[in-house]
Write a protein that binds this ligand. Structure first.
Ligand code: HAM
Length: 426
């Protein structure tokens, strides 16, 4: 029989196997539950939209529209169609198309989730088909809704046990008139330093000078740092909006950093922009990005409708959850190592006693030497090994050995193990 070459998945488009889906489901369930607490309802839009929707919404001179869209011609009628690179444009289109929902129904909080497509160079955390969970608050003008979304995200990180690893950056990119004034000053600044501009920057100088600020080119950093900052040119209303947001975040105990160079890669934003970034994923550390887009409805032919939203990259969240698991979160508090026939029953009982108090515990099964069991204990991510040998079994004790921190192994009476672990773990 001749072998047929198997067909592979498209580069950058991944299968998610059952071994990985529990973390996806954990994230999706947590997101749904937290969003529901804030009154967000689910809306679903098509994966394919007409190309001009994205060009108009995201902006013709953006990486996404210039380089990354999967655009094709509908063979039947020649219409140009695009696999959605993001969800906001489609959601706004749907709201304009169904006026009874948004305009007659009043402001809405909605969420959606699903695959997005961008033709980027695949690497860890960056794919050509990736997935987002996306929230949009439509018809709300005040900074309270911006703050509410950010606080809601902080609650989600906490629910997932990843709050420590993600930090918040915010900025205001002002309103169109402020941006025009800033643009004029910015172009003048870049022209004064024309010899420092790389090709990309030169190309963008008159089309999208704001994006030059995003450049990572080391040779340009000093000049970029000295560039006029939009946040210094905000008018009274934008200033009040930005101050209002910061006040609400501070009132709710949220730490944030203001990054005057944060501009985001899509053109529809105004005033508030924000990103949540982690250091734990290497180069692709932005797990969530969003902001306000008060002009987008009009730009797409709808009535003026202030709005604010964000999207979370699910693959990046899953990578973060995997990291958290090996760093101890969600991992067992204890792995019980037992050697010799007399130790098996006390080990089993110790496991049950700890589970009675809600702990996650692995009792070693399948025999093996002390050394090989200790290796498994370490690999499990457990914080403590509980060791029961012949001597401990005879004495009714357990040896408690910290695995993640320095500390002596101590002998504890079996009945006191749970209390001792809880004291050590807190
Ligand atoms: P975005 O910043 O383009 O915003 O994408 C949001 C998130 O999607 C990113 O922070 C990242 O986690 C994830 N992401 C983006 N591209 C990729 C990729 N190639 N591979 C893996 N993950 C990726 C938006 O899409 C806006 N629509 C967000 C928004 C909603 N703004 C207002 N409403």
């Amino acid at each position: 029989m001749t072998m047929v070459a198997p067909i592979k998945a498209v580069r950058g488009m991944n299968d998610v196997l059952p071994g990985e889906t529990p973390l996806w489901e954990r994230f999706e369930d947590a997101a749904r539950a937290v969003f529901a607490q804030y009154g967000y309802r689910n809306l679903r839009v098509p994966i394919v939209e007409s190309t001009p929707l994205f060009v108009r919404a995201i902006g013709a001179v953006t990486d996404v529209v210039e380089h990354e869209m999967y655009t094709f011609e509908d063979k039947l009628n020649g219409e140009s169609l695009t696999l959605r690179p993001e969800a906001t444009a489609g959601i706004v289109r749907a709201c304009i198309e169904h006026p009874e929902f948004l305009y007659d129904g009043g402001p809405q909080r909605i969420w959606t989730a699903g695959p997005m497509f961008r033709h980027e160079r695949p690497q860890k955390g960056r794919y050509r088909q990736f997935h987002q969970v996306d929230c949009e608050a439509l018809g709300f003008a005040g900074p309270d809704v911006d703050a509410e979304q950010i606080v809601m995200l902080a609650r989600l990180w906490k629910a997932l046990g990843v709050a420590d690893g993600i930090r918040l950056t915010i900025n205001s990119i002002g309103d169109p008139a402020e941006r025009r004034a800033h643009r004029v000053q910015l172009i003048a600044h870049f022209e004064r330093h024309a010899s420092l501009l790389d090709d990309d920057a030169k190309r963008r100088l008159h089309t999208n000078p704001l994006r030059i600020l995003d450049s990572k080119n080391p040779a340009m950093q000093e000049m970029l740092h000295a560039a006029p900052r939009l946040v210094d040119l905000l008018g009274a209303e934008s200033r009040a909006h930005f101050d209002g947001l910061q006040q609400l975040l501070a009132d709710n105990g949220l730490a944030f950093e203001i990054d005057a160079r944060l501009v985001r890669g899509l053109d529809y934003y105004n005033r508030t922009v924000f990103e949540w970034v982690t250091d734990r994923l290497g180069a692709q550390g932005t797990v969530c990005g969003g902001g306000r887009y008060d002009g987008l409805f009009e730009q797409l032919g709808g009535k003026p409708t202030p709005a604010c939203g964000f999207a979370i990259g699910i693959e990046r969240m899953v990578l973060l959850l995997e990291n958290a698991a090996t760093a101890g979160d969600g991992a067992p508090v204890a792995y019980i190592v037992h050697v010799g026939p007399a130790a098996a029953a006390p080990a089993f009982r110790a496991g049950e006693a700890l589970r009675d108090r809600g702990h996650v515990v692995i009792v070693h099964a399948g025999g093996g030497s002390f050394k090989s069991q200790m290796k498994k204990a370490d690999a499990s991510g457990a914080r403590f090994a509980l060791i029961i040998g012949e001597a401990e079994a005879a004495a009714g004790t357990v040896a408690v050995k910290p695995l993640r921190a320095t500390g002596e192994q101590v002998a504890v009476a079996s009945a006191d193990v749970a209390a001792r672990l809880e004291a050590l773990a807190s």
